[in-house]
Design a protein around this ligand. Sequence first.
Ligand code: NOJ
Length: 536
Amino acid sequence: MPENRDWWKRAVFYQIYPRSFMDSNADGVGDLDGINRRLDYLAELGIDALWISPVYPSPMKDFGYDVSDHEDIDPLFGDLAAFDRLIAAAHERGLRVVMDYVPNHTSDQHRWFRESRLSTTSPKRDWYIWKDARPDGSPPNNWESIFGGPAWHWDEASGQYYLHLFLQEQPDLNWRNPEVVEAMENVLRFWLDRGVDGFRMDAVMLCIKQADFRDNPPVAGDSPWKKLGLTLEPLHTLNQPELHHMLRRFRALLDGYPSRPVMIGETWLFDPAELAAYYGPDLDEFQIPFNFMGTRLPWEAAAVRDALEAYYAALPEGATPNFVLGNHDVHRLATRFGYDNHRSAGLLLLTLWGIPTMYYGDEIGMQDVPIGPAESVDPWGLRRPGLDIGRDPARTPMQWDATLNAGFSPPKAKPWLPLASNYRERNVAAQREDTASTLNFYKALLRLRREHPALQRGGFAFVDPVPGGVLAYVRSAEGQRLLVAINFEASAKTVDLSALGGAGELLLSTHATPAGAVASALTLGPHESALILLSA
Ligand code: NOJ
């Protein structure tokens, strides 16, 4: 790829959940050769970089986030040769590839952990977090697993507890041990040397634990963690100050590569100021500390505006904002925000000031697929029944066409999760042919974003006043001004453009409104949103 140190600032990222994108070998699970076959689709869609959720060898207790070997590919997904082919083919098309990196924990089947658990004197004992029981045999403190239950598992054979902030089969690494730091930094080098363009760092906020292992306090009544089923505030397990040192080391390592790989953090923090700290004091930590506010907000203009103002205001000088509206851990945006609003959500994501990360299938309006108890496989959902947390509904196979198995798997295979019941109508092949489809809406939007510097990197200002239920903003660069107006509600709204110069040209609407001149009053139909090039 051509060298350009700031390539990520202009990029649109697209997350692929590899189990569900494209199955090339009829085993019902997506794989690397499958992704490779669909690269032309991604290039045509107009994204710049793919982030692929883990493809490492894994017992799949957490579908790949339980890594048993950091330097290989699980046979389910292919092999290193398939990976190399994918990188080369992506690069040929100008697409970058970002890997998932899972530093907080490994699988209990990783050779490091197998060695660690052999005895208290194993040379790898201190690679994980082992503690004696309290005198009454109970765990060393009250920490709980994010997936439910105690975070400590008693290992009968070696007579100690080990820590797991996720599943029992996902023991936490001890990042205070320099040998772990070295081994895990070598993992980064291994993939960078193979040509990857960066990493999305999983659960990275949890890597360093409070040194004295203090008990966590009970969750406050309004704590966002409570909604996830936690009974304790993760005060001593999350967001420890020592993390910043570790992240600066990672960033320096990545910056040593001429391809300028990007460092993306899975930073689940609810306070914009805390999140902003992960850019680093000299913008020397994450280039993209994922901003997940859009996965929690209601579809309400005022709530979105308040959250945007708080986020933008908290950013350090020179930092580039970013937005995530959907991923493999939350409900589909077309379900959360309502199907009527799914294109508006896409317009918002791709026109705000900030780097967008899309989730596979959102570009055809995929919704949550109801998955019955007999077919549920997500360990989090299964452990937290009643919390509406199950992740299977947002991880179903990509809908490519109307054939049996939606072109995801050959007809003879059984996809690992059920397909959406409407896949025969809602799929890539059908939407390609339909000029009014969501796919063509996204393609036009991505093209307009590329063509207009104002959208990629322009200034940002809210437009006031606007009718209640509307959010409007102007992006501007090089004398060009683009207005985005989003109607969050089910009634028509009229936005007065006279203060903005009074006229413009409609470039794109979420609805069938034809492109063309716009006068000084812009009327948006129910749930309609528009992108307008304002007159100079
Ligand atoms: C965050 C990942 O996105 C999620 O899918 C996974 O279960 C946990 N981290 C544990 O690795």
